[in-house]
Design a protein around this ligand. Structure first.
Ligand code: ADP
Ligand code: MG
Length: 692
């Protein structure tokens, strides 16, 4: 049967239109989707290995055991959250099962004396008891504890489906796969090289492992497959970008670069000098520059971009710089205009707000080569924006541009332009390779001299009124303040979050009754946002109550205070980026983190922020605390999220897959086999990268 994986799930027994709807909510429409819906990799239930409580290892690993419920109680955490504890026993000992969040309601299901099958993470508990958390509980009578059941998968489900529903459906899908075969997705020579199991064998063992050893082999193959195909897809995309256009060789630094350097009210720091040496070296080479400039917020990246733009202009070429928002583009325009004084080089800006007549003039000047430097937003990407000799593309991004957007800009030249990507977030090497391809990196650590570090304080909500009073004092002294909230309205907020609307309303009624104050959030129209932001930048508004929409590089040196409500909701790196909005002038600035979550983890996290102003260190801690997945979703780069592979954890596999991909693409027959394989992939979200 051809393309059996495209059949709708309703072609399986036991799935009617109602159940199909439930599957659809999980993103499962076809038989192929079902096979791609992988179970939780750390939660298989291995019936052939039931431990007694005494045998449970208290090393935090997931284990399974059977026990008798004794009693269930509710308790309160330090932060005032409720959770439930079920005490269980067997002949060998006791364990306490912790149920947090909505899970605590499950406690009622287990009456004293009933038997439970428990899977969860086991750690040492109180006294002799063991503590079990992140649990999956099943009443034992639902199962005959039949060891021949083998290893069962556990899926992440919504209420309307049970584990049994899903297992039954996947079993049928696997029968189909076995009968009709799953086509190969990676070249045979590679499967052989690594001794990978077949695709059917792998998918089958991921859902229903014949043994944990077979599961590991299956996973190894599927992780490789994701990374290999991702690399191939990206390399193919890049072939369209670097399609053999000649690169540009810039001359040695000349008069305009020197003039810009003279215009700076400061001299370059050692880190800036090093970065500039890297970049001018690249630009003087005929090979197109492809460089990532990483530097913390406020480290002075804009100056470097200005020098690169000056260099391209003095060589008679054009350069552009793309920023993620209109406000940032406007700020770049102002800074660059200042730096380029006396050079005779005009700089213009193009955004979605540019008036038609102005836009027409800019396009004309660009096409004729009279305009050398253009600053802009996504508006630069439009088809009718045509340069006559674009030689330098700078993107100032904070994870806001997708792979395809950057390519669209780079393709606007008859040459292969030099590309400079500026980012404030440290990006691990393997992620950079994946997202940006072969990229060189310059890192600027530390800050320009004379900057006062932002003082960061952390308080609980009972100090809120004092904190607000402090804000009013700052404002009366002529300064400005931000109040940052984690959500827009109460309705879409989780419990206990002070929404931006509420905080604004409250402040307008109380502390800020007669102080001009703005409200900013993502649901406003772009023009409204710009207007409010500009009024704040101009000092007309004294306080800005906002969500994280201000995260991206705005520069208001007069703002000296930032108050963050519900600080526990933000990541460390994010709080650091936010905090970078203050401390931009010569006055001492403050960042006050308000939180009512007194759990040790949260306080430890916020303490890191209190103790360090180093964005690189914080990003590193964030990685340790939150894991890579949350921080570096590939989707924000316009790439598919991976199902099994983790770009940071699977570094070795990624590097191997990358080498293989290069070799495969270089050989016509293997390349053909790879393309055929990618077409066989029935993972629609992932295959998308091959069609772009
Ligand atoms: P980034 O874009 O990296 O966040 P900016 O380029 O906006 O940082 O620079 C932040 C501030 O530091 C600007 O006000 C800039 O004038 C100032 N600055 C940059 N380089 C230096 C330097 N070498 N010495 C002193 N101040 C500097
Ligand atoms: Mg910047």
């Amino acid at each position: 049967m051809e393309n059996w994986w495209q059949k709708p799930v309703t072609s399986l027994k036991g799935i009617g239109s109602k159940r199909a709807e439930a599957f659809s909510r999980l993103g499962i429409e076809t038989v192929g989707d079902l096979l791609n819906f992988y179970p939780r990799l750390d939660s298989y239930i291995d019936y052939s290995h039931l431990a007694t409580i005494r045998e449970l290892k208290t090393d935090g690993s997931r284990q399974i055991f059977e026990a008798e419920a004794m009693r269930a109680v509710e308790r309160y955490s330090g932060g005032g959250r409720r959770y439930a504890v079920i005490t269980v026993k067997d002949e060998t000992g006791y364990a306490e099962i912790f149920l947090f969040g909505a899970q605590r309601f499950q406690a009622r299901r287990f009456k004293p004396g009933s038997r439970i099958l428990v899977t969860g993470r086991v750690k040492p508990g109180r006294g002799a008891a063991k503590a079990v958390s992140e649990v999956l509980l099943q009443p034992c009578d639902e199962y005959s504890l039949d060891r021949s059941v083998g290893i069962l998968p556990v899926y992440n489900l919504t209420e309307s489906l049970t584990q049994q529903n899903l297992r039954a459906a996947v079993r049928q899908a696997l029968q189909m796969a076995q009968a009709y075969g799953i086509p190969e997705t990676i070249p045979a020579i590679i499967c052989k090289k690594y001794g990978f199991p077949s695709r059917f064998e792998s998918v089958s063992n991921l859902h229903f492992p014949a043994s944990m050893e077979r599961f590991r082999l299956a996973k190894r193959r599927l992780v490789y497959e994701e990374l290999f195909l991702l690399q191939c897809g990206l390399m193919l995309n890049r072939e369209h970008t670097h399609d053999g256009r000649p690169g540009i060789k810039h001359g040695r630094n000349g008069e305009i670069v020197r003039q810009v350097l003279r215009n700076l009210p400061f001299s370059l720091t050692a880190a800036q000098q090093k970065a500039w040496a890297d970049i001018s070296g690249d630009m003087e080479d005929v090979k197109p520059m492809h460089r990532l400039l990483q530097g913390d917020v406020g480290s002075g990246k804009t100056v470097i971009a200005a020098l690169a733009l000056a260099k391209t202009a003095e060589n008679g070429f054009q350069g552009c710089i793309m920023a993620p928002t209109g406000i940032l583009a406007q700020q770049h325009l102002e800074t660059l205009t200042e730096y380029f004084k006396g050079t005779g080089i005009a700089i213009k800006i193009l955004t979605s707000n540019t008036k038609t007549a102005e836009r027409r003039e800019i396009l004309q000047e660009l096409a004729e080569g009279r305009l050398k430097i253009l600053v802009g937003t996504h508006a630069l990407l439009q088809d009718d924006v045509v340069f006559s000799h674009l030689a330098l593309v700078v993107t100032d991004e904070q994870h806001r541009f997708g792979v395809n957007q950057r390519a669209a800009l780079v393709n606007k030249s008859e040459f292969a332009p030099d590309v400079l990507i500026m980012t404030a977030t440290p990006i691990p090497r393997t992620l950079a390779l994946t997202v940006y391809g072969d990229v060189e990196t310059s890192v600027m650590r530390g800050m320009p001299p004379g900057r006062k570090a932002v003082e960061t304080l952390c308080y609980t909500g009972d100090m809120r009124q004092q904190v607000y009073a402090g804000m009013v004092r700052q404002i009366r002294a002529g300064r400005q303040a931000y109040v940052v909230c984690a959500s827009i309205d109460e309705s879409d907020a989780m419990e206990e979050v002070r929404s931006v609307n509420d905080v604004y309303a409250e402040l307008k009624k109380t502390w800020l009754k007669d102080i001009p104050c703005g409200l900013l959030h993502g649901k406003l129209k772009p023009a409204e946002k710009d207007e409010i932001m500009e009024a704040f930048a101009a000092g007309k508004l004294k306080c800005l109550v906002t969500t994280t929409v201000i995260e991206v590089g705005v520069n208001v040196p007069n703002a000296t205070l930032m108050i963050v409500e519900n600080a526990e909701r933000f990541g460390l790196a994010q709080l650091h980026q936010l905090r970078g909005r203050v401390g931009r002038g010569d006055k001492q600035s403050y960042c006050v983190l308000l939180t009512d979550n007194l759990e040790a983890d949260n306080l430890a996290r916020l303490a890191v922020l209190h103790n360090s102003n180093d964005g690189f260190e914080l990003a590193q801690r964030d990685l340790e605390l939150r894991g890579a997945g949350q921080l570096f979703g590939l989707r924000q780069h316009g790439l598919p999220d991976l199902r099994l592979a983790d770009i940071l954890r699977d570094t070795d596999v990624l590097l191997a897959a990358r080498k293989d991909a290069l070799r495969v693409l270089a050989q016509p027959e293997l390349r053909q086999e790879m393309l055929q394989g990618a077409a066989n992939l029935f993972d629609s979200c992932f295959a998308g990268i091959f069609n772009s």
